[in-house]
Design a protein around this ligand. Structure first.
Ligand SMILES: Cc1cc2nc3c(=O)[nH]c(=O)nc-3n(C[C@H](O)[C@H](O)[C@H](O)COP(=O)(O)O)c2cc1C
Length: 392
């Protein structure tokens, strides 16, 4: 493979992983991925920004053929899909120093066996000259690990952002021309990985807005040659204002909770509130995560098993708590046989979210007129809340 130039003397030397599908469960990557690595050729010094997964290191080395000297290997994020080739690089380029945050240094020493003297931890905003070009480093912790940083080349106005603004896409297109595809996959990636850190990301983006940026080069997926496209999308996802949309995941063994779901969804949509309904028996859980990026509320339909909520919804609640979406409201409904603790359990699985609980609706066996009246009331309560919150 021939390295692709994104600017004069700035080359893409990353690797496609067409068959990657993610570690599973929430973390599925239907479009493969890429491990983006960039080679910067200065007049005096050369640098490599990030590397690739060890499974693809041959592709990286193939593109570095003829590069006799790498002075700096910049590690923006230590996760092994980004730093997996580091050990091999340090052996092939014995003079190279690793530029990274102090935290990264500590974490990398847990992952690879190497001499600590190979590391030169950077300070926030520090600039390292390459001759004709320079790299300025900004500590940007928690996108999505504690050690992360970004790198800026002011001469070319390129911001390298490690996992931030990335997407799991394998493509021969260097740039994000296929906007719909990139938007969808970047949103999935945000939902899976970045959403818990949206308040921190907001501060990072406020800082980036002060830089002149022509290109955003993330660690996965296509490079953004129109930075406003991804910045605008992120600003939308991270802001506190949800959409006029509600996520209704449910599961049902004998059809009772399903009847309640269908009635409730219709009642809510009659108030012109958009609903995304998901049967957990057939839905990939990552689709719920994407829905929660925008949702104002999650209303979960759950039958009782062994006094507890059905495990599909119990697991989902636990996950929602960890993803910290911008939900304003939540509620629970479902059918049980004789005695249930489902509502209390679900609420106890959401301790880190700051939502208002709307009136739960639990019914014994098959839903009846009284159940449907309670569901009507729940829909009305939600509509009133949407009006109060200026969503409707
Ligand atoms: C394995 C199993 C365990 C159950 N345990 C309870 C229970 O502890 N308490 C209860 O009230 N109902 C229990 N039920 C009954 C269901 O909650 C009840 O049938 C309900 O109507 C199912 O709703 P669905 O049709 O939406 O699945 C249990 C059902 C099954 C299949």
């Amino acid at each position: 493979m021939i390295p692709k130039a994104i600017k004069e003397n700035v080359f893409y030397v990353g690797a496609m992983d067409w068959d990657y599908r993610g570690p599973g469960f929430l973390y599925q990557s239907p479009e493969g991925t890429s491990y983006n690595s960039f080679f910067i050729k200065g007049k005096e010094k050369n640098a490599l920004i990030d590397s690739v997964s060890s499974s693809k290191k041959e592709l990286l080395f193939e593109q570095l053929k003829g590069v006799e000297k790498i002075d700096y290997i910049v590690v923006q994020h230590v996760e092994q899909d980004r730093s997996g080739a580091l050990w091999a690089l340090l052996q092939s380029y014995p003079q190279a120093k690793v530029l990274c945050t102090e935290k990264s240094k500590q974490m990398l020493l847990d992952l690879i066996t190497t001499d600590a003297s190979r590391f030169e931890p950077i300070e926030d905003s520090q600039t390292v000259a390459l001759g004709g070009k320079s790299m300025q480093f900004f500590e940007t912790p928690w996108v999505h690990w504690p050690e992360t940083m970004c790198t800026y080349i002011p001469q070319d106005q390129i911001l390298f952002t490690c996992d931030l603004f990335g997407s799991h896409i394998a493509s021969t297109e260097l740039y994000a021309y296929d906007r719909l595809r990139v938007y969808q996959e970047a949103k999935l990636y945000y939902a899976q990985v970045m959403m818990p850190f949206r308040h921190i990301i907001k501060k990072h983006i406020e800082f980036f807005d002060r830089l002149k940026i022509k290109i955003i080069a993330p660690g996965h997926g296509p490079v953004h040659n129109d930075p406003q496209f991804i910045l605008y999308a992120y600003k939308n996802w991270i802001d506190d204002f949800p959409s006029n949309m509600v996520t209704v995941p449910y599961v049902s063994m004998h059809g009772n909770t399903k009847k309640m779901t269908e009635y409730l969804v219709k009642a809510i949509s009659d108030y012109n509130i958009h609903v995304q309904q998901f049967d957990m028996a057939v839905t990939d859980i990552w689709k719920i995560a994407v829905s929660l990026v925008d949702a104002s509320a999650v209303i979960m339909g759950v039958p009782t098993i062994h006094l507890a909520p059905h495990p599909a919804i119990a697991t989902l609640s636990f996950l929602i708590n960890s993803l910290r979406p911008k939900l304003l409201f939540a509620s629970v409904f479902g059918s049980y046989g004789w005695n249930t603790r489902a509502v209390d359990s679900i609420v106890s699985f959401l301790p880190d979210l700051n939502f208002e609980l709307l009136s739960p609706v639990m019914c014994k066996g098959v839903p009846n007129d009284y159940t449907f009246k309670q569901l009507d009331d729940l829909a009305q309560q939600l509509a009133e809340k949407h009006v109060e919150a200026n969503l409707l």
